[in-house]
Ligand binder design. Structure first.
Ligand SMILES: [Mn+2]
Length: 318
């Protein structure tokens, strides 16, 4: 029995949390664990709390049961936090963490700073969903659990093509596929198929992109006005920065999107091994991974462009 299984075993009421603006790995790892606990035990109360995520994840079992309630009067015996490197990124749901009798963290972020007795932290793991897989009893991994963990690993590895993918990842994925999951449909629905207006906004964003730092940086942005005018929300533009990164000749893509009046989330995606997006983001109050990280700036787009032109060259370690 793993430490995770032992903690689950002794708890009656369990909550599972992740990070704000939940992505595929956050949803895959939390729901994978949720479905696993439900498979293995019929006497546990288990609830997942996450911010409202994109409906495309509806295909995963348990998605509809994810709660956004902040007023549950439940004192949990165990709170499991997946794919989250800091308490600020748990945000409002941290109330359940604070009240829980025991805490378990499962994470792979370079910038993890949560102090906790029970922690499964592997900064080299490509996805938290992979860490969940390694720490649960394989007997209780059915098709539903496999679908969640597959989606989590696929999202954080860019469908097994980022350099974080390793032999073990592919062995795990092959075992998940063996559960009879429809991986082709899972990828199409959660990653590739988009609303037509998502393609329109991507085209707009690419059209206004600028090269900074002698062409090493590709920068672009959108704001609430544009997102709203196309009947989209910020969850619909999470793939844009990854798409920008796939540009020949650049070392890093930087994408800014408005989350409040003149408050922008800055997303970074880098190419090559030399650049550390996590270190740069950490300096400005954010975090993440070496090749994918982000932070928030309170300034206008003109000021952000100036800020980047003046500061981002330090990311190249020259
Ligand atoms: Mn992750």
């Amino acid at each position: 029995m793993t430490n995770l299984d032992l903690l689950i075993d002794e708890a009656k009421k369990i909550c599972i949390l992740g990070h704000i603006n939940p992505d595929g790995d956050c949803i895959g790892s939390t729901l994978g664990l949720y479905n696993y606990i439900k498979n293995k035990y019929d006497d546990k109360f288990v609830r997942v709390y996450l911010e409202k995520a994109s409906d495309k994840f509806n295909i995963l079992e348990g998605f509809k049961e994810i709660s956004q309630d902040l007023n549950d009067a439940i004192d949990f015996d165990l709170c499991i936090v997946c794919d989250c490197g800091s308490e600020e990124r748990i945000k409002d749901f941290a109330i359940y963490l604070k009240r829980a009798k025991k805490i378990m963290i499962i994470d792979h972020h370079e910038t993890n700073n949560i102090k906790c007795e029970n922690i499964i932290l592997d900064k080299n793991a490509p996805a938290t969903s992979e860490l969940v897989y390694k720490n649960i009893d394989k007997k209780y991994i059915d098709k539903k659990v496999a679908e969640c963990l597959y989606v989590g690993i696929a999202h954080d590895t860019g469908v097994f093509r980022y350099s974080n993918t390793n032999k073990n990842t592919l062995i795990i994925v092959s075992e998940l596929i063996d559960k009879g999951i429809n991986f082709s449909e899972l990828l199409d629905i959660t990653m590739f198929k988009q609303k037509f207006n998502q393609k329109v906004i991507t085209a707009n964003i690419i059209n206004r992109a600028k090269f900074l730092c002698k062409g090493k940086v590709l920068f672009s942005w959108t704001n609430k006005e544009e997102v709203n005018s196309l009947s989209l929300d910020n969850r619909d533009i999470d793939m844009v920065v990854g798409y920008m990164r796939e540009t020949i000749g650049i070392d890093i893509a930087v994408f800014a999107y408005e989350i409040g009046v003149n408050i922008y989330k800055i997303s970074l995606r880098s190419n090559g091994e030399k650049i550390n997006c996590a270190d740069f983001s950490k300096k400005y109050g954010g975090g993440g991974h070496k090749k994918a990280a982000g932070f928030t700036l309170k300034m206008s787009i003109e000021e952000i462009e100036k800020f980047l032109s003046e500061n981002i060259s330090e990311i190249f370690n020259e």
